[in-house]
Design a protein around this ligand. Structure first.
Ligand code: SF4
Length: 296
């Protein structure tokens, strides 16, 4: 399968029907990401997407059309696409699939911030229910170093606009992305940013160095050191301790040294105890750390 044929979607969208609207990522500059390095960003022509939907409806057959209730709009950042295009796709899909009630997609703060409140409201009215945003860190310095293309203030503003539109914000953050040197600042500023945004769900990832990335080159040259499991767990503990808002904290990813699904603030104490128990496990019992050739 070529890179352009690889589809990416969050695990929680496993039951959604996938409709590609974009190849690659319009930002494609994050220093830790190798997902779309060799994939030129291209929005699929609207006619192609609409005729693809019609073909899908024929393939699924009239007796099964009601089974399709959710569509995942696939691409590095569909919210970078013109809102009229996205609404046309969603409206046509709803015409074709009568039980369809929701759409979801990846989104970056960089491009979502370019939408007006009226556009986000219109996207929500057309059925956009959830966007997945890679927040990574609440530290302005780290976001700049990682070339995320947004600041904590951008993320707060985008979070407020999405909330006002009624679109759920599902964010991911990356433990260890600042290395040991920035660990404390990363944990505290990320907790502060999450408290300001109060996203519906925070997905925890642990940073894994990827081949073909700028951080990968730094790692190979000895300029970046990966944090050890216990220090990652301490960073997580500091983050969790300082979250005060109401949000789901979910750690289900293979990169993580601990797994849980905690609704904060109710389950905070329980979560801290869970982390403390993992801190008693010898470091060699956790997965090995190092560079990965995987794209993720
Ligand atoms: S992390 Fe997301 S926004 Fe950044 S380059 Fe990769 S796909 Fe694009």
């Amino acid at each position: 399968m070529s890179q352009t044929e690889t589809y990416y979607r969050p695990p929680s969208e496993a039951d959604s029907f996938i409709i590609r609207v974009m190849h690659g990522c319009p930002h494609n500059a994050c220093t830790f990401c190798n997902l779309f390095k060799d994939v030129p960003c291209k929005v699929l022509p609207l006619e192609e997407v609409l005729s693809g939907l019609e073909q899908d409806a024929r393939d699924i057959g009239p007796e099964h059309l009601h089974l399709l209730t959710s569509i995942y709009l696939e691409g590095g950042d569909p919210l970078a696409i013109n809102s009229k295009y996205l609404i046309a796709v969603m409206e046509r899909a709803k015409d074709l699939f009568p039980a369809l009630t929701r759409f979801a997609c990846y989104a970056t703060a960089r491009f979502t911030a370019k939408k007006t409140q009226a556009e986000l409201n219109a996207l929500a009215a057309a059925g956009l229910r959830r966007v997945f945003v890679g927040l990574e860190s609440g530290s302005a310095d780290l976001l700049r170093q990682l070339r995320k293309g947004c600041t904590p203030d951008d993320l707060i503003r985008v979070g407020q606009m999405l909330r006002e539109a009624g679109i759920e914000m599902d964010v991911s953050m990356m433990l260890g992305i600042g290395g040991q040197e920035h660990s404390r600042e990363h944990a505290l500023s990320t907790a502060g940013l999450l408290n300001a945004i109060c996203p519906e769900c925070v997905r925890i990832r642990t940073f894994v160095v990827k081949n073909g990335t700028e951080i990968g080159a730094d790692y190979l040259n000895g300029r970046f050191m990966l944090m050890k499991p216990h220090n990652i767990l301490r960073e997580l503990r500091l983050l969790a301790e300082n979250i005060e808002g109401r949000m789901q904290l979910l750690s289900e990813h293979w990169t993580n040294f601990i797994h849980f699904n905690a609704m904060l603030p109710e389950a905070k104490l329980q979560l801290l105890e869970h982390i403390d128990k993992h801190l008693l496990i010898a470091e060699q019992e956790f997965r090995p750390i190092g560079i990965s050739a995987e794209k993720s």
